[in-house]
Design a protein around this ligand. Structure first.
Ligand code: SAM
Length: 223
C-alpha cells in the first residue's frame, strides 16, 4: 500500500516537472524538431490516413503538428498537459481553420466518461508520460469497445542487444536533460495495460520508431 502511495507521489512530481519543461520549451519546440519534421510528417500523414471519422481523441497534442492531417470527417478533441504547448496548437488550428477542441488534461487522469471516443491517437507522447501504464489504461477506458488506438512512438531497441543496453545506460541522463525516456517498451506496455495489440510496425531502422495499433479488450463475453 505504502509502495503504491510512494509510486503515485513520484509520478505526480514527475508530471509537474514534465508540464513545466514543456511549458518552457513550447515557444521553440517546432524549431528544435525542424530538421526531423520532413520525416515525421510522412509518418504522421500515413497514421492519420488509418483513422476514420467519428469522435477522435488526440493525447499529447503538443504544438498541433498533427492538426493538418486530421481527417476532415473526424470530430477531434486534443489534450495536453502543457498550457503553453496548447497555446501554440490553438494558433496553428486558427491558421489552418481546423475545428478542434483543445483542452489541458493529463492522459493519466482523463476527464471523459468511459467509451467517449471511437479512436485515440498519440504521437511521440508515451516516452514522457511518467506512468505510461496508467495513461494507456485511460485510453482503453475512454475508447469504446471495438474502437481503435493508434500510437507512433520511439522505443527501446531490442536487437542488437548492445543498443538496448546502451539506451538503458543513457536513459537517466536523457530523462534529466529532455524529460523523455529513450528505453520505453511501449508495445509491451500496451499489452500490459490490457489492450489487444492488432499490429506493430517498424517505422525506423532497428525498430527505433514503431506504429502500434490496438483495441480495447473485448469484455462482452467474459470467460
Ligand atoms: C514530444 S511532445 C509530442 C507532441 C506531439 N504529439 C507531436 O507529435 O509533435 C510530447 C507531448 O506530450 C505532452 N505530455 C507529456 N505527458 C503528458 C501527460 N501526462 N498528459 C498529457 N500530455 C502529456 C507534452 O506536454 C508534449 O506536448
Amino acid at each position: 500500500m505504502s509502495e503504491l502511495v510512494g509510486a503515485r507521489a513520484t509520478a505526480a512530481r514527475q508530471t509537474t516537472s514534465t508540464q513545466a519543461r514543456y511549458n518552457r520549451i513550447a515557444p521553440y519546440y517546432d524549431l528544435t524538431e525542424a530538421l526531423l519534421e520532413p520525416i515525421f510528417s510522412r509518418w504522421r500523414r500515413k497514421l492519420w490516413a488509418m483513422v476514420g471519422g467519428g469522435r477522435v481523441l488526440e493525447v499529447g497534442v503538443g504544438t498541433g503538428k498533427n492538426l493538418r492531417y486530421h481527417p476532415p470527417e473526424a470530430e477531434v478533441t486534443g489534450v495536453d498537459l502543457s498550457d503553453r504547448m496548447l497555446q501554440q496548437a490553438r494558433r496553428k488550428a486558427a491558421k489552418l481553420g481546423r475545428p478542434v477542441e483543445l483542452r489541458a488534461m493529463d492522459v493519466q487522469e482523463l476527464e471523459f466518461p468511459d467509451g467517449s471516443f471511437d479512436a485515440a491517437v498519440a504521437t511521440f507522447v508515451f516516452c514522457s508520460v511518467p506512468d505510461p501504464l496508467r495513461g494507456l489504461r485511460e485510453l482503453a477506458r475512454v475508447v469504446r469497445p471495438g474502437g481503435q488506438i493508434v500510437l507512433l512512438e520511439h522505443v527501446r531497441v531490442d536487437r542488437p542487444a548492445i543498443i538496448g543496453q546502451l539506451m538503458d545506460m543513457l536513459d537517466p541522463l536523457l530523462v534529466r536533460m529532455t524529460g523523455a525516456h529513450i528505453n520505453r517498451r511501449t508495445a509491451e506496455n500496451v499489452r500490459r495495460a490490457g489492450l489487444e495489440v492488432e499490429r506493430v510496425e517498424n517505422r525506423a531502422p532497428l525498430g527505433l520508431v514503431k506504429l502500434i495499433v490496438a483495441r480495447p479488450a473485448d469484455t462482452s463475453h467474459p470467460g
